[in-house]
Design a protein around this ligand. Structure first.
Ligand SMILES: [Mg+2]
Ligand SMILES: [Zn+2]
Length: 191
């Protein structure tokens, strides 16, 4: 029988949980949830899923905002989510720019490897949800199942094509959550 994946969900942040901007999200005021996204996270929590975020935040490396501002954005996120009875266990972020050539900037899987190490779990089969190809590429590199949402950059990502094999497409995080909680995300029974 295949091993059951841990009940984890790994989310990209900008364009999945909150509205994205080509000018970067640089302040708590600019951090605005996509309608239904926080409710979707709360619903996943209620079904026993731990929700984690893995986010490229090169705005730090570019000097567009400080770490304290990033923390303030996440405080806002956690607070709004708590008001709905939801919780994000941890936010992993890469503060580097492409020029830094780090291991954590997606499409590299470093943040997912950090999650795996911190929780002591294999991520094979864990859903990774993103709006950009690199989110999905980082996920499949560690065996996650790729899910594209059409919010944020998602429509453009779909149009460009070249998605990893087995990518499922959902309108938004709420549609993903409903799909998963309806039981559609369970692996096929082993024969
Ligand atoms: Mg994104
Ligand atoms: Zn990095």
């Amino acid at each position: 029988m295949p091993q059951t994946p841990p009940k984890f969900i790994i989310l990209d942040r900008d364009g999945v949980i909150n509205l994205d901007s080509d000018q970067f999200i640089k302040s708590p005021d600019e951090w605005i949830p996509i309608p239904g996204s926080l409710e979707a996270i709360a619903a996943l929590n209620q079904a026993g899923y731990r929700v984690l975020v893995a986010s490229n935040q090169s705005g730090i490396g570019r000097g567009l905002f400080e770490m304290s501002t990033l923390n303030a954005m996440h405080e806002k996120m956690h607070k709004l989510l708590a008001g709905l009875g939801g919780r994000i266990d941890a936010v992993f972020f890469c503060p580097h720019t492409a020029a830094d050539d780090c291991d954590c900037r997606k499409p590299r899987p470093g943040m997912l490897e950090q999650i795996s190490a911190r929780y002591g779990v294999e991520l094979k089969g864990v859903p990774v949800v993103g709006d950009a190809l690199r989110d999905l590429q980082a996920g499949v590199a560690v065996g996650c199942s790729p899910h594209l949402v059409l919010t944020g950059k998602g429509r453009g990502t779909l149009d460009k094509g070249g998605l990893p094999d087995g990518t499922r497409v959902h309108d938004d995080l709420q549609a993903f959550s409903r799909w998963l909680l309806a039981g559609a995300g369970k692996p096929a029974a082993a024969s």
